[in-house]
Design a protein around this ligand. Structure first.
Ligand SMILES: Cc1cc2nc3c(=O)[nH]c(=O)nc-3n(C[C@H](O)[C@H](O)[C@H](O)COP(=O)(O)OP(=O)(O)OC[C@H]3O[C@@H](n4cnc5c(N)ncnc54)[C@H](O)[C@@H]3O)c2cc1C
Length: 317
């Protein structure tokens, strides 16, 4: 046995005493674990159900030389049709608790669950992100953001505004609590992009507010989103495909090029929002990539602007 086979054997031997074998699957299709519903199988998939479990799985993968990838809700990734040669660690560490106005959440906690719990407690700060599929880890990874509707709050809000600290499993294998400065948040980015740190848990600082006002914000934002985005339940997607282009708008450029409705296989540029590609049923990653390339080429030729994907491409295409 050589190469990855050897690494898998070492991983399996070491994992026996540490990870729950019932939660380790082989040749598991990844499409159901992504909001795009696209992607071939991972050689190994492990459901980590606590921060300790997540840290152990990452450390074992690193020690045995198995390539690994931490997956949240899969709302910002395109998995290749050939899948992923290695271990996908699905982050199901979902516990969270409140201490006064402070919210501490494991990194697999689902932002929607945090929002509804916070609103019930009369705590404000994360309600703006309602309707956006994300775990805490995914939110921190790319500094989750939301352009609030006009006229009252027309500005982009970022999760870093309520972020207090994060417990990381650093790339050198230590567990360390870091502050906002360490995270180097930016638009669609954080320190996690350039390093192999894994977010284990995060703490957010919220503010007391009237639950009735929070409820109103939830409903306004949900209806704003519902009227401007294709419905995820009917049209699987990963939200915006391309990075924002300051002052221009990637979606606007795509729309100007007449690309709404452009389709390869079952991957289509949404008629509702030109920066979103939807899966009409059986789209493959290769269909999506063909649509991406076509949009990039046409926009470059017609406007001189470069469209850059903001999503992560995982595995073999
Ligand atoms: C319908 C729709 C609407 C959307 N609207 C918005 C929007 O308005 N604003 C916005 O900002 N985004 C939006 N998105 C994108 C998406 O919701 C966010 O990027 C979200 O934060 C992804 O979270 P996730 O848990 O699904 O991460 P995943 O997609 O699973 O992972 C994304 C990246 O984060 C890394 N990662 C995940 N967890 C960890 C961890 N614990 N430690 C280290 N790295 C980790 C992964 O390895 C991967 O590289 C939208 C997506 C959809 C489908």
């Amino acid at each position: 046995m050589t190469g990855i086979g050897e690494s898998y054997a070492r991983f399996a031997a070491d994992a026996r005493n540490v990870l729950d074998p019932a939660r380790l699957k082989r040749s598991e299709p990844l499409a159901p674990y992504t909001t795009f519903r696209i992607g071939g199988p991972a050689d190994l998939l492990y459901d980590a159900t606590s921060v300790e479990d997540l840290a152990e799985a990452v450390l074992l993968a690193r020690a045995s030389g198995v390539p690994y990838f931490v997956l949240g809700l899969g709302a910002n990734v395109l998995v290749g049709d050939q899948g992923f040669r290695g271990l996908v660690i699905r982050n199901c560490a979902r516990a969270f608790s409140f201490d006064g106005t402070r919210l501490r959440a494991e990194s697999g906690a689902i932002v929607r669950d945090l929002i509804f719990a916070a609103v019930r407690q009369g705590l404000s700060g994360i309600e703006h992100y309602v309707g956006i599929p994300s775990t805490v880890g995914g939110a921190v990874w790319q500094n989750l953001h939301f352009l609030a509707p006009a006229p009252a709050r027309e500005r982009t809000m970022f999760i870093e505004e309520v972020f207090e600290s994060c417990e990381l499993l650093t790339e050198d294998g230590t567990r360390r609590t870091v502050d906002r400065e360490f995270m180097r948040f930016g638009y669609d980015t954080s320190v996690l992009h350039g390093h192999r740190h894994v977010a284990l848990a995060a703490t957010f600082s919220l503010t007391p507010a009237d639950p009735a006002i929070l409820q109103r914000t939830l409903q306004e934002n949900l209806s704003w989103r519902g009227s401007r985005h294709p419905w995820l339940e009917l049209y699987p997607s990963v939200g915006s495909i391309f990075k924002k282009i300051e002052g221009v708008g990637a979606g606007r450029l795509i729309d100007q090029c007449g690309l709404k409705g452009y389709r390869v296989g079952d991957a289509q540029i949404s008629y509702v929002h030109a920066n979103i590609i939807v899966n009409l049923g059986t789209a493959t990653a290769s269909d999506v990539c063909a649509v991406i390339r076509h949009a990039q080429t046409l926009v470059r030729e017609r406007t001189g602007q470069e469209l850059q994907p903001e999503i992560s491409f995982i595995g073999e295409f």
